[in-house]
Design a protein around this ligand. Structure first.
Ligand SMILES: Nc1ncnc2c1ncn2[C@@H]1O[C@H](COP(=O)(O)OP(=O)(O)OP(=O)(O)O)[C@@H](O)[C@H]1O
Ligand SMILES: [Mg+2]
Length: 228
């Protein structure tokens, strides 16, 4: 592997249960993410996949260990700098899209751009282009409740692309979609990977989605094992 775009070293994470029992979920994961490739993580429910993805993308802190993305050590940044770094470098697609219900598709894509300092006019222009890219130009002024599940997920992908990130993290992006909508998401990921040279890290249970992975890992007993 070339110099990885993301390098995680010795990540540990445990949760304290309500009864004060300590639950060790991630037990020393070290991992390099290959730039420009589609990497996936599979594993049984409760294995710690979402927890790991949140840590690797700077949405959550580990108990110990480091994550370096493009030379930046995430956990050495203060909260403000970390969210700025995330906003500019990372796109995140959640299992449930988390679109803002009171805003239309275009606005949902434009908001992270405006947070990043773009004018309303520019953000709207670029958002239109992104909606075009995911095949939803004609749904730009629909609110999430006026979109199908697959369409909502494609808006979420467009939103993840808002600030030209180099890295996209996705947690079960096809988890609640039918097979047709799922295959549209797969195609979209492959196109984005090829066209924009985006790096993907995707957690999935979907065997069809796994087929398009370049690298595949299994999360088990708190550790990652490479399968492909
Ligand atoms: N805040 C928390 N407090 C206590 N335990 C937690 C907390 N968050 C997660 N866990 C536990 O950590 C384990 C891993 O959770 P995680 O969500 O990472 O699993 P997962 O591999 O993503 O599972 P799934 O495939 O079902 O989404 C689970 O057993 C869960 O109960
Ligand atoms: Mg999960």
């Amino acid at each position: 592997m070339n110099q990885p775009i993301l390098e995680a070293k010795e990540i540990y994470k445990s949760f304290l249960r309500l009864n004060n029992q300590k639950l060790e979920i991630i037990k020393g994961v070290s991992f390099g993410l290959e730039a420009g490739k589609i990497t996936m993580i599979v594993g049984s429910s409760g294995a710690g996949k979402s927890t790991l993805l949140h840590i690797l993308s700077g949405l959550d802190y580990p108990d110990s260990g480091s994550v370096i993305i493009k030379g930046t050590n995430l956990f050495q940044l203060n909260d403000e700098k970390l969210s700025k770094f995330r906003n500019q470098n990372i796109g995140f697609v959640f299992q449930f899209h988390h679109l803002l219900p009171e805003f239309d598709a275009l606005e949902n894509v434009a908001i992270p751009m405006m947070i990043n300092g773009k004018s309303l006019a520019q953000a709207k222009r670029e958002s239109e282009n992104l909606l075009e890219l995911v095949g939803l130009r004609d749904r730009a002024h629909h609110k999430p409740s006026e979109l199908s599940g697959g369409e909502q997920q494609r808006v979420a992908v467009a939103r993840a692309l808002a600030n030209n990130p180099s890295l996209i993290f996705a947690d079960e992006p096809t988890g609640n979609l039918d097979s047709l909508s799922s295959s549209k998401i797969h195609e979209l990921f492959q196109n984005l990977n090829k066209k924009l040279n985006l790096t993907f890290l995707i957690v999935t249970h979907n065997p069809e989605l796994v087929k398009i992975s370049d690298n595949l890992y299994e999360m088990k007993d708190g550790l990652l094992t490479q399968k492909k």
